[in-house]
Design a protein. Structure first.
Length: 259
């Protein structure tokens, strides 16, 4: 074969290869390639949260699971000081959300980069019909009043509010979380109690009085993933969701203020 024929054959072969390459279908991404790392979250996620957060966090948890259907969300609600004790004693929590910074500080060895995410203030709650005739903070000294215990954030805030007003109130009982205070008031076991503004939204068995000085006593809520959390990846994602626009909207819908 002549050199010219050899060159022609080589050119034709290269052209054929080029056409074959152009016509080869490109690799399509598999479903696994398109799944984001976020949607791959799975397993149990246990959140320890202040009792006042129950309504908001139940809804936030549901929204979080909607985005991450392989996550099993559960929450433990109680007074922040009670939750701190449980976590310090080894309860297997992934996230802690406190109703104040003081109780979060008690978990300094466990809480990873606590971040403020909400705020709240106190109101006077009375049973529907206000049988005790409560009109102001000063009236709490003359009726059956229940308060949160001083070690609980709502109790510490109540003490500050009363002290700022120069008032002394002898409570009929001291409760370990704000839900217990509200339950006694709603049942008519007390004429009044100090609870968070968020706790009375949407209730028709409670009437509310906003006391003077309430805006000066603000509880700020921090949240943190816990060091050594059983599901650390989901814990970090949940904290991020609470801080996101979606999480903040849910909190605002439940009456919480910005941090």
């Amino acid at each position: 074969m002549s050199r010219s024929l050899l060159r022609s054959a080589a050119v034709l072969a290269l052209a054929a290869l080029a056409l074959t390459g152009c016509s080869s279908p490109s690799a399509e991404p598999t479903p696994d390639d398109t799944v984001s790392s976020a949607s791959a979250l799975a397993g149990d996620l246990t959140v320890y949260a202040a009792a006042s957060l129950k309504g908001a966090f139940d809804e936030i948890g549901a929204a979080f699971v909607e985005e991450h259907p392989d996550v099993n969300f559960s929450a433990v609600y109680d007074g922040s000081s009670t939750l701190v004790t449980q976590l310090q004693e080894g309860a297997p929590g992934d996230v802690f959300a406190s109703a104040d910074e003081k109780n979060m500080d008690k978990l300094a060895d466990l809480a990873v980069d606590p971040t403020l995410f909400a705020s709240n203030t106190l109101v006077i709650a009375v049973p529907a019909g206000n049988p005790g005739g409560v009109e102001s903070l000063a009236d709490l000294a003359d009726v059956t009043t229940v308060l949160c215990a001083p070690e609980v954030p709502c109790g510490a805030a109540s003490a500050t509010l009363l002290s700022n007003a120069g008032l002394t109130v002898e409570p009929a009982s001291l409760e370990q979380n704000v839900t217990a205070v509200l339950t006694k008031v709603a049942a008519g076991e007390a004429d009044a109690g100090l609870v968070y503004a968020t706790d009375v939204i949407g209730r028709d068995d409670i009437e509310v009085i906003v006391p003077d000085g309430a805006d000066d006593v603000v509880n700020r809520y921090p949240i943190a993933a816990l060091d050594g959390a059983p599901n650390g990846e989901a814990a970090e994602a949940f904290v991020a969701f609470v801080l996101s626009d979606a999480g903040q909207k849910i909190l605002a819908d439940f009456g919480f203020g910005a941090p």
